[in-house]
Write a protein that binds this ligand. Structure first.
Ligand SMILES: [Zn+2]
Length: 311
């Protein structure tokens, strides 16, 4: 049996967890979430080793280590390869190991879940390029694109919350262009579907149909009841824990981004939206950045003028 790996590739903060959950709710599809993080989750180690937070949770409500599904997968993987889930090469440290390990785990997930359609929402472009070489699986990429203003605003909000100092808007624009260009180059020669976050949240049924049709599957109404379906996603955002199948449209950028910031992002990401402008990428980002800098200087000037005004 050939396993179809439905691979969601996108930038972070583009709605991949929602798409993951909507697909998982189909009777013939199983989603495993961002499986590239599985070894870390199974080891039960956090990057911040001083943290006293609770262990990694599977979204079935158990810790990943205690989840019946992942425990069964681990047992089968150990029997087949002699490795535990924590020892699998899911990130491509060694190409040969990556190919062997991924062939094994997807085959076992297919056997245990009794489905040949498995969603991997790891997003990572390099992982996608390596998965193309794994025998026994057929990779079907879904390119998920979000309006750059929404994606970058989301990153900036997170950066502010976490105190990241190097998350500038121009840096986020560069990243948006670079990753989207890599994705477009990679999927160019593969059958794939491209969808937009804004359409997914407003017209989920139509968007899901466009994904399912090339896979030979039909839309199932229960997909819109995604929160109540059995699920074992190992990573993703907080939507995994939602108990109500409510889709919230995240348009916070409309309130959080100033007009100059919106113009800067729109100008800087022109090359992502119109690939023939690719060679002007850096120039466009710099033009956008300059507009932003000019605006800041002008705002500071206004502030100064205000403070210089005799009271
Ligand atoms: Zn679970």
């Amino acid at each position: 049996m050939t396993i179809k790996v439905i691979y969601i590739t996108s930038l972070s903060h583009s709605g991949s967890t929602l798409l993951d959950l909507l697909l998982n709710a189909h009777s013939r599809i199983m989603s495993v979430g961002e499986i590239k993080q599985l070894p870390l989750k199974w080891r039960n180690l956090r990057r911040d080793l001083t943290s006293k937070r609770t262990p990694f949770m599977c979204c079935c409500g158990e810790t990943v280590r205690n989840c019946a599904f992942w425990t069964q997968i681990n047992q089968q993987v150990e029997i087949t390869s002699g490795k535990s889930l924590s020892e699998l090469d899911m990130k491509g440290h060694s190409e040969n190991e990556f190919i062997t390990d991924n062939e094994i785990i997807f085959r076992i997930i297919g056997d245990v879940s009794k489905t040949s359609f498995i969603v991997d929402s790891s997003k990572d472009v390099r992982r996608l390029s390596l998965l193309k070489r794994v025998p026994g699986i057929e990779v079907f990429p879904i390119v998920l694109v979000r309006d750059a203003k929404g994606q970058i605003c989301s990153i900036q909000t997170k950066a502010a919350r976490k105190g990241w100092r190097d998350a500038s808007i121009t840096g986020s624009i560069d990243q948006y262009n670079e990753i989207n260009r890599k994705i477009q180059t990679l999927v160019k020669t593969m059958p794939h579907v491209k969808i937009r976050y804004e359409q997914l949240v407003t017209q989920p049924e139509i968007t899901l149909m466009s994904i399912l049709k090339p896979l030979g599957l039909n839309f199932e109404p229960q997909q819109l009841q995604w929160a109540s379906q059995p699920k074992h996603l190992v990573a993703g955002n907080g939507m995994r824990w939602q108990t109500a199948s409510v889709i919230k449209t995240d348009m916070r950028w409309k309130h959080h981004l100033s007009l100059p910031e919106r113009i800067c992002i729109d100008v800087g990401t022109l090359s992502s939206r119109y690939p023939f402008l690719g060679s002007l990428d850096t120039v466009l980002t710099r033009v956008g950045g300059s507009l932003l800098a000019l605006n800041r200087m002008s705002a500071r000037g206004t502030e100064r003028r205000k403070s210089d005004t005799p009271k």
